[in-house]
Design a protein around this ligand. Sequence first.
Ligand code: ZN
Length: 441
Amino acid sequence: MQTALPASLDRPPFTLRARLLTPLPDGQTRFLTDALIEVDREGRLARVEDWAPTGAPAPAAIDIRPLVVMPGLIDLHAHLPQWPNAGLGAGLDLLTWLDRYIFPLEREFHADAANRLAPLFFRALAAAGTTTAVLYGAVYEDSVDASFAAAEEHGVRLVMGKVMMDRLRYDHALSDSDVLEQSLAQSLRLIERWHGRDAGRLQYAVTPRFAVSCSADMLRESADLARATGSYWQTHLSEDRSEIEEVHRLFPESGDYTDVYDRAGALGPKTIVAHAVHLSERELGRLVETQTRIAHCPSSNLFLSSGAMPLSRYLEAGAVVGLGSDVAGGPDLNLFTEMRAGAYTQSGRHTMLGDERPTLKPLDWLRIGTLDGARALGLDGVIGSLEQGKEADFICIDPEVTAPVPSEQMDDAEEITSRLIYRTRPQMVRCAWVRGRRLAA
Ligand SMILES: [Zn+2]
């Protein structure tokens, strides 16, 4: 039976005494078995240091050892309205799955549905240890409004956008000739209401779904809107073979799938493309050159038989890659299980495809799910690791529940992380905070 954490940890300021595990910007990992973590009134990390008895009086701290404090996880890609159908349709190809399981759900996702679902979704994120999420809504302005309002209330850090589609679309209330103009106007209103809200905790991503459901005009104008307003721009890229063929058919003037977005002026450091499974060297080079961010969604890629992304090759080329659950293409919001799917994918590439590049270690996966995710959002100076001056977005973990034998000694950072990834347990995340404010889970 786990004891509850005291209510004095619900709001800043507070000081914790705990074990601490965090990636650092220099590529190292910091692991302290006895750390002081002080969160100031503004929700920043005022001190992160070894408790190290120096003879000075110990600060008043709440001792939660042997729990481990680590940065909150960052989910770069998921679809809020799709959550109810998570786990359905394994092995279907992308376009069939969208038609059968996804568009019927999104078509009904108006404000009332968002009011019901979004609070539960944000609690599930916090319960899984995710403190920042980058989401797609449905096409409706009112449901994205309702979702942002729920996030404002909950406390999660959120980037989100209304999906834009002007062909292969499910919203038939508008005529084809009106949909582009309406979609841009709705996106702009949402940006004005939500982008930068609560000192930047809530941000907007202009969200054309993918090239199959967007005209060249929509892609170009959406990229212009993102640039003009300082918003993010997100879409899907090169997920499965039939989708890629369809993009070639729809955009014969483009040399490859990445070129479709390039011609729209959409690549760049505030752009996040999900999947990017089947990139040519040219496409990869272009993403790296433009500093476009990649959301790697390995569970989804396995679930929908999309392919096995060559992550090591991308990292070697200098790509900025974070993790995405891609719910409902991925069955679960948990990023620890996402790391496991990613590791198994790399292992499969090694044994079945003869990929000789080195595979990632558990601490590498933790970095991808935290600090690299922050880097993908241009927020690595703000969140993603536990360092003095950063905002206090973190989680505390009870690694003991992942041990196969109770009360086994767990005092090695690599081993603790390995068990979190390979023996994920629902109760292992004990608490999540954003800016020192405890999230309901
Ligand atoms: Zn997706």
